[in-house]
Design a protein around this ligand. Structure first.
Ligand SMILES: Cc1cc2nc3c(=O)[nH]c(=O)nc-3n(C[C@H](O)[C@H](O)[C@H](O)COP(=O)(O)OP(=O)(O)OC[C@H]3O[C@@H](n4cnc5c(N)ncnc54)[C@H](O)[C@@H]3O)c2cc1C
Length: 426
């Protein structure tokens, strides 16, 4: 590759843009006295899905050409920068759990707890028990109840689901192949670590990428503070605007799916599990609200800071707004997620709801994805469409894009199947 100075502009400060900025500064060819790197973000770093996602990392995620590299990089980033305390990195168990939801009265109302409704009574707390992988069990189950659950494969320390709700459990991952991060903390840390090595983080919304002689020339943007129209000269531009990538680079077939989530502070510290639930809710399960019997499938992740994250299914009710700051949160959908959790866990039912939020995940409209690599315009790269695995695949994507920009080709993984030129309409 040519040795001439580069002005690199990364557009969008979600996990993909922030990880790209980070790995550009760690590339052997990066020389801060010769090259400039700008991370341009319209709203705030991690304002979109990257600040509101669950944060599960899994070796069995997709696409398989990208996952192992990115999973490995998450571990090495955590080791290098103290990720376990800085962004909640830890290995975690994952299970698919079938549950029978209980009737609930009102938010935070009292219902039977752990078998109390069946006349077993609540077991006394015998003091915390820390298992070999650091999970805390409060041993609150009776022997009888525990042997029942063990028969269904429920791990002993997964004791924050009501015994009478559990119908079945299957492990989907162990601390050997699944882990987690706090996405907001991870993304903002990547941006901060990039800034420490010279990246200029600019708050403004890209309005146009201009080209000349078949190559990229400038990035035009509106300054967030002043509203002024400004321009940055660019030799290389990386479009990482998540679901907004199609407005930044028209012709990129990127769609958006809204999803709601909540975080809950449970009544006590809970063991580290990510749960893919299947909950059978009885008819009229919420007191005073008519509803049919139904199945719901929220995903629930325990985080190290005594916080449980839960997200529901996606919806297409409200199209992608102009910016991440304008995302409409449907309180009813958030309350549904809270109530689903309350229907099988006392710790969540009686806990405190901390956050109710929504965001849009980026999807490749032609299927598959993500798109990672060069476009048909010299100097313009795109890295987006990571669907529900953008947190898992962020570092790997950032590393590969840094290689595309500085070396002209990716060498850390073979991602030719993700080549954007296959589907770009421009
Ligand atoms: C409910 C939910 C749970 C999820 N859970 C997980 C999980 O457990 N594990 C996992 O791996 N993935 C998960 N994901 C997926 C993951 O969140 C996304 O794939 C990922 O965050 C996408 O990152 P991004 O950087 O591409 O996009 P975003 O996070 O959307 O970032 C794009 C950024 O670009 C900015 N931008 C937009 N337009 C412009 C412009 N014109 N100029 C400048 N900046 C602009 C935006 O403000 C935004 O900050 C989840 C997603 C959702 C919705």
């Amino acid at each position: 590759m040519s040795d001439s100075p580069k002005n690199i502009v990364v557009i969008g400060g979600g996990i993909i843009g922030s990880s790209t900025a980070y790995f550009l500064t760690r590339h052997p060819s990066y020389n801060p006295s010769k090259h400039t790197i700008t991370l341009l973000e319209a709203t705030s770093i991690a304002a979109g899905a990257s600040g509101k996602a669950g944060g599960l990392l899994a070796l069995w995620a997709y696409p398989s050409c990208l996952v192992p590299l990115s999973y490995r990089l998450h571990k090495s980033l955590a080791d290098e920068h103290g990720g376990s305390s800085r962004w909640g990195y830890r290995a975690v168990n994952v299970g698919q759990i079938d549950l029978k939801g209980r009737h609930i009265t009102a938010p935070h109302a009292q219902a039977s707890s752990n078998g109390a409704g069946k006349g077993e009574g609540v077991q006394g707390l015998h003091g915390p028990d820390v298992s070999t992988d650091g999970n805390v069990s409060l041993k609150k189950r009776s022997k009888e109840s525990y042997s029942n659950l063990r028969g269904m494969g429920v791990p002993e320390d997964l004791d924050w689901v009501a015994d009478e709700s559990v119908q079945g459990y299957e492990s989907m991952g162990s601390t050997k192949n699944t882990a987690q991060v706090h996405p907001y903390q991870f993304t903002t840390s990547m941006a901060a670590l990039a800034a420490e090595k010279g990246v200029n983080v600019v708050m403004g919304s890209c309005t146009e990428i201009t080209t000349a002689k078949g190559g990229v020339e400038k990035v035009k943007y509106t300054d967030k503070e002043t509203g002024e129209e400004k321009t940055i000269d660019a030799t290389d531009v990386v479009v990482t605007a998540g679901p907004w990538s199609g407005t930044v680079w028209p012709g990129a077939p990127i769609g958006a799916l809204r999803a709601h989530s909540v975080t809950i502070r449970p009544t006590r510290e809970v063991s580290g599990y990510a749960l893919f639930t299947q909950i059978a809710l009885p008819k009229n399960y919420k007191e005073g609200v008519k509803s049919k019997a139904m199945h719901v499938t929220p995903e629930i992740y325990a985080r190290p800071n005594n916080e449980l994250y839960a997200c529901g299914e996606g919806d297409n009710m409200v199209p992608l707004p102009k910016t991440a700051a304008d995302v409409v949160v449907d309180e009813g959908r958030c309350q549904d997620i809270v109530d689903y959790c309350a229907s099988f866990s006392d710790e969540m039912r009686d806990g405190e709801v901390l956050v109710r939020q929504a965001c849009y995940l980026p999807q490749v409209e032609t299927g598959g994805g993500p798109l990672v690599g060069p476009t048909n315009t010299k100097g313009v790269y795109i890295a987006t469409g990571h669907t529900c695995w953008g947190i898992q695949n962020g570092p790997g994507t950032g590393k590969l894009v840094s290689e595309f920009v500085f070396d002209g080709k990716a060498s850390s993984a073979n991602v030719s199947s993700l080549d954007p030129r296959r589907v770009l309409r421009r």
